[in-house]
Write a protein that binds this ligand. Structure first.
Ligand SMILES: [Zn+2]
Length: 300
């Protein structure tokens, strides 16, 4: 009987959690987990982590999803459950799955890395074609909305949400050229954007060396939990060690192949195979990474 009651409790917990749009992973820190789908595998705009932080006077939204439907869901959840206004939206970088929901918050001040507007505009053509291909009509109702408040590298910005400060930090080129993290001083939670992937194979759209440096920098911070761009929020070690393992193996393998005169084709077939079993969507993403990093490191 007792076992039955416990099982029922677990079932209730699971069902009620599965239903909730967001999960409170630390006091006042809410995350909606995106699905692990590749862009080329039935992309629906809901594949990355988005969410918000609640202060006494205001709420900051962090990333808005890949279209207005996802953005609206987030906004609706907030307005139905909290009386504080949404005062800030923060974009962690320019990738389509994280920013095309900005339109749902178009009257709110949007913060981003100093390179963010340019990065978003440069990618707009490709992203809008992808959005249209995979999301049809939804795409035309999700136009690009750019950040207007920009954070310089080395000049952190503190935002006050009322008895709660969050710190925005802009990084030199790493996962992309516009990576920005959000640190909640109250709970020491770090919202890393795609500087951290958990479970899902990391993607590199910036600079492999800068990426490794950014993770080493994050490793030195006082952090209770990391909310990655993709994957389950986790401890700092659990979040950064596998990332560093993957990226350093990628860097070292490719350095070795280039030094040995091996071709890009050879690298595509052999690089980082030791990591294959550790990550989801490995083959498709690893191939993109090898391509990117080989061409960059060839000239170093
Ligand atoms: Zn992403």
């Amino acid at each position: 009987m007792r076992l039955f009651t416990i099982s029922l409790l677990f079932l209730f917990f699971f069902v009620s959690n599965a239903k909730a749009f967001v999960k409170e992973i630390a006091p006042g820190v809410f995350v909606h987990l995106g699905k692990h789908l590749d862009i080329d595998e039935g992309y629906d705009g809901d594949i990355c982590n988005i969410g918000f932080i609640v202060g006494d006077d205001a709420i900051a939204v962090i990333d808005t999803g890949g279209n207005y439907l996802v953005g609206n869901q987030l906004r609706q959840y907030i307005t139905e459950n909290f009386k504080q206004p949404i005062k800030y939206v923060i974009n962690t970088h320019a990738h389509l799955d994280h920013v095309y929901g900005n339109i749902s918050f178009d009257e709110v001040v949007i913060y981003g890395h100093k390179n963010l507007p340019k990065a978003m505009q440069l990618r707009a053509n490709i992203y809008e074609r992808l959005n249209e291909k995979y999301q049809g009509k939804v795409a035309s109702s999700s136009p690009l909305v750019l950040a207007t408040k920009l954070v310089e590298i080395g000049q952190d910005v503190d935002l006050d949400l009322g008895n709660r400060k969050i710190t925005l930090s802009a990084y030199p080129v790493a996962h992309s050229e516009a990576d920005l993290t959000v640190y909640d001083q109250k709970t020491q939670v770090l919202w890393s954007g795609d500087l951290v992937f958990i479970e899902r194979t990391p993607s590199i759209d910036g600079n492999i060396h800068g990426y490794i440096k950014a993770l080493q920098f994050i490793n030195e911070l006082e952090i209770s939990q990391i909310i990655p761009g993709h994957g389950i929020p986790s401890s700092k070690e659990y979040a950064t060690q596998p990332m560093l393992g993957y990226l350093m193996t990628l860097r070292d393998d490719i350095r070795q192949y280039i030094d040995d005169g091996k071709s890009l084709e050879y690298a595509l077939e052999h690089a980082v195979q030791s990591e294959k079993e550790k990550w989801l969507l490995f083959d498709i993403q690893n191939e993109r990474n090898v391509n990117q990093v080989y061409l960059m490191m060839e000239w170093e």
